[in-house]
Design a binder for this molecule. Structure first.
Ligand code: B3K
Ligand code: ZN
Length: 891
């Protein structure tokens, strides 16, 4: 596939002002009639009307009602060009026929359980009809849907319902009008047999709006949490940013087959059912949390994405980074609010820690591998490959740094200015940062480098204590390793939140050289050059630095701290995020040391001081349970492999098994006391305070089962049997499985029997087995189980959730089992990627990415991986999606 470059952007000669769509829906032959009002773009060089298309059967095309004059239309498989001289406005009418049933890629119009659904971002609209399919073409849409009334009693599209009625032959129709111009990637339709949970709310300005959550019949009792989340999101955006819902009606629709999480189509958000449906018996606390944040994310896009959209797909982080930041802030506020005045800051930190975990385990590896790209990429082959952790999560970190540098009010002023300039436009990341700069009278030119430079910066810190004058000199330096296509890196603007901890564990007031009195105990230093020094004065004793508090920048902090210092900060750092990080660093050190020992065939021994420091956190009842659950969870495997040189998943797994079991064994009494003391509140409710307790108990069970402590195993089995909600039931099952104890098998079978008709819950059942750890070298590898599960009647390769649950959990979340020394995991990977690609390239490309960082592994593993990468690349008819991933991996 050709490479598209950001530098090549040029506006189109013709855009579209209005589009009137008519759908005659039929499963295998839907006829789409599109009437376009094309207008010449005065800002562009003259040229033909250009339309995109993919897999379309074209039945008719007229220009101003006539067959086009000979020689004025050029058509290929994917492009139509129409010459029109002497006019500034042209009416096109195009009729295409498409086959939703054959659409296994789930991009464009497709069928899911008998209903019609669409997914158009990024380039799915061209699979519906010919159209200039790019986000800088913003048109006003009217849509008429016509379909079988029995099969599709509900007909939805964007905006307002303006007409509906009956038609002959058991058919009916509905007509929708969207008052706001939008790019075609925000178009959506739904025609299906659904029911809605409804609610009427008043907006801040007093307008009544109708909110609907559409689900399959029988799922209405699972729609309430999504509705609550939507109302909370509306209120939050009104209060925080003064942004109100602009439509009379806002709909969320759940669909079972969906490539990603959800989609922010104007007024008609379409969601993976996984991010809508929840009731206590089927959804865990974590599911509830995800639903709240995804509902909010899509809702927030209405302003950051829809009202102001992207000029081109290189600007994707303009809407995604900003919207992720907004949903992170929203979730933190919701948690803090639920926790009340006392627990607010800890609750916020717990959310921040979650976000940092995702960044480190998904984005850092991406930024260090062959797919490394700036949050605003310079080029791509397949845009769907660039909905990445970098564009989303690192993008959100970049927005967060602006928020830190400008302060909440400065940031809000910048947002206001951004909307006042660009409402209704398709713009660039520069436009956003310029608004921030102008509103705050601040030069952000150097800050813009974050948009263009790939790779995770390393922040090196060195402190020097001068006992003679009571001063502490902190030297910060930055550097970024080369990434593909970017050999040289420039210094970035890095906000570093700093605290100094005194010997008694309390924060010291900070006074920089030249200041007359000490100030706050945390302050933000700005490192904008390669290296810089700060001198803190007026200190009575040598402090321990606590750097990058709240994870104030997406960098890797390098600071030499001995074990004693890490244990000290685990016990005292007032910044919860850094306190957690101290525990992570200590655990990382121990795990990587043991992994090296395992690789070298040495005996494994967990240092007693580590267990000690860990035990102190565990017993500290002053700490919020949700925080303790975070601090006591070991760093993730993906993150650790990234830190290991060379990456040796088998050795790391041996270390993880050993450390987990030792922490369980030595601290067994504490874990048991904890699990028994956190009594279950009465009836289940999703509330952060309860959720923290449940998470901590489930973690305790996990350690106890890892150590096969009899009383712990019995407790897990009992909790599994008596659970009244999915969080407890699944937590207990996961613990039993994690320990591979005899009771696990029966529990797993009971779980299956109970939920065999609940497809979303079965995803958990698949994921748990594919992600299992083997404790007994003589046991069959997990690969054998995964192969068997592919044949389970509940599995379906055409359902993305099933693929992610079974194959994604194995390839991406279980490196210790996937990277088998005999290479059989890789053979399986190649076979599955090739098979998936034939039906759904986006899903296949996600699975393909599991091996992109293959050069980091041991030489023996590399030698086994390479032929499988080559095998995939040589497959017949490989999609551009997978081709790009594998080519870049092999480059
Ligand atoms: N904007 C969509 C993602 C579309 C992905 C296309 N491959 C969901 C979101 O970020 O809100
Ligand atoms: Zn988004």
């Amino acid at each position: 596939a050709p490479t598209i470059h950001r530098a090549d952007y040029a506006p189109l000669a013709w855009t579209v002002a209005r589009i009137d769509l008519h759908f005659a829906l039929a499963p295998q032959a839907t006829v789409v009639t599109s009437r376009l009002a094309c207008v010449r773009n005065p800002d562009a060089a003259p040229g033909p009307i250009v339309l995109d298309g993919e897999e379309l059967e074209t039945l008719a095309l007229t220009v101003d009602g006539l067959d086009p004059a000979p020689g004025t239309v050029r058509r290929t498989e994917s492009r139509i060009e129409i010459d029109v001289a002497d006019r500034d406005e042209v009416a096109l009418e195009i009729v295409t026929r498409i086959n939703p049933q054959a659409n296994t890629a789930l991009s464009g119009l497709y069928l899911s359980r008998g209903g019609y659904f669409t997914q158009c971002e990024a380039e799915g609209f061209r699979r519906i009809t010919w159209f200039p399919d790019r986000p800088d073409v913003m048109a006003r849409f009217t849509v008429t849907l016509e379909g079988d009334k029995a099969a599709c009693p509900v007909l939805l599209s964007n905006g307002n319902l303006v007409e509906e009625g009956e038609l002959p032959d058991g058919r009916h129709y509905a007509r929708w009008e969207d008052p706001f111009p939008k790019p075609c990637y925000l178009f959506a339709l739904v025609a299906a047999d659904l029911v809605a949970l409804e609610r009427r709310e008043l907006t801040a300005s007093g307008r009544e709006v109708l909110l609907q959550v559409w689900v399959e019949k029988g799922n209405l009792d699972r729609a309430g949490h999504a509705m609550e989340s939507l109302v909370h999101a509306m209120r939050w955006d009104e209060e925080t940013f003064g942004l109100e819902l602009d439509l009379d009606r806002f709909m969320i629709v759940a669909v079972s087959d969906f490539n990603m999480g959800a989609m922010e189509n104007k007024g008609l958000n379409i969601f993976n059912a996984k991010y809508v449906l929840a009731k206590p018996d089927t959804a865990t606390d974590v599911d509830y949390e995800h639903i709240e944040s995804v509902v909010a994310h899509e809702y927030f896009h209405n302003w950051t994405g829809n009202r102001v959209t992207c000029r081109d797909w290189f600007q994707l982080t303009l809407k995604e980074g900003l919207t992720v930041f907004r949903d992170q802030q929203f979730s933190a506020d919701m948690l803090a609010c639920a926790a009340g005045a006392e627990g607010g800051s800890s609750a916020r930190a717990v959310k921040r820690i979650d976000d940092v975990r995702v960044l480190r385990s998904a984005q850092f590896p991406e930024d260090a591998g062959p797919m490394a790209h700036p949050i605003r990429p310079e080029s791509y082959q397949e845009i769907n490959n660039f909905y990445t952790a970098t564009v989303y999560e690192k993008g959100a970190e970049v927005i967060r740094m602006l928020h830190t540098l400008l302060g909440p009010e400065g940031f809000r002023n910048g947002m206001d200015l951004y909307f006042s300039y660009h409402d209704g436009q398709a713009v660039t990341c520069d436009d956003f940062v310029n608004a921030m700069a102008e509103a705050n009278g601040r030069d952000l030119d150097q800050f813009m480098r974050w948009y263009g430079q790939a790779g995770t910066p390393r922040l090196r810190a060195q402190g020097e204590w001068n006992g003679a004058d009571g001063s502490y000199t902190l030297t910060l330096s930055q550097s970024t390793q080369p990434t593909p296509g970017q050999p040289d890196k420039l210094p970035l603007v890095i906000p570093v939140a700093v605290g100094l901890i005194g010997p008694d564990g309390a924060d010291l007031p900070l006074q920089l050289e030249g200041e007359h009195q000490p100030g706050a105990t945390t302050r933000v230093l700005e490192l904008a050059t390669e290296t810089r020094q700060w001198r803190f004065t007026n200190l009575a004793a040598e402090p321990a630095p606590s750097l990058l508090r709240g994870f104030s920048a997406p960098v890797i902090l390098e600071l030499d701290e001995d074990d004693g210092r890490l244990a000290f900060r685990m016990a005292h750092d007032s910044d919860a995020c850094n306190r957690w990080d101290a525990a992570q660093r200590y655990a990382e050190r121990v795990l990587l040391q043991l992994a090296a020992d395992a690789a070298a065939g040495r005996a494994l021994k967990v240092p007693a001081p580590f267990i000690d420091a860990f035990g102190k956190l565990l017993r500290n009842e002053l700490l919020d349970p949700a925080f303790r659950a975070q601090a006591l969870a070991l760093p993730g495997e993906a993150y650790l492999l990234e830190r290991m040189e060379p990456a040796d998943p088998a050795a790391l797994r041996a270390a993880q098994l050993h450390v987990g079991a030792e922490l369980g064994r030595v601290l067994a009494a504490d874990w048991l006391a904890l699990a028994e003391s956190l009594v279950e509140p009465g009836e289940y409710r999703y509330h952060p305070a309860d959720a923290g307790g449940r998470a901590l108990v489930n973690l305790a069970l996990r350690y106890l089962c890892a150590a096969r402590v009899d009383a712990g195993v019995a407790l897990a089995a009992a909790r599994f049997d008596s659970a009244t909600n999915m969080t407890d039931r699944f937590g207990a099952l996961a613990a039993l499985m994690h320990g591979a104890v005899p009771a696990a098998e029966a529990a797993l079978a009971a779980f299956y029997r109970r939920y065999q008709n609940d497809t979303l819950v079965l995803d958990k059942w698949f994921a748990l087995q594919a992600g299992a750890w083997r404790r007994d070298a003589a046991a069959a590898p997990v690969l054998a189980q995964v192969r068997e599960l592919l044949a389970d009647p509940a599995f379906s390769p055409s359902n993305p959730n099933k693929v992610y649950a079974l194959l994604g959990s194995f390839f991406r979340a279980n490196p210790g089992e996937f990277h088998l020394a005999d290479g059989s995991g890789y053979e399986f990977w190649a076979e599955q990627v090739i098979a998936l690609d034939a039906a759904n390239p986006q899903v296949a490309a996600r699975m393909a990415r599991a091996l992109e960082n293959w050069r980091r592994f041991t030489p023996a593993l590399q030698a086994a991986i390479r032929p499988q990468l080559e095998r995939v690349l040589a497959a017949d008819g490989l999609s551009p999606d997978v081709t790009e991933i594998v080519e870049k991996a092999l480059a």
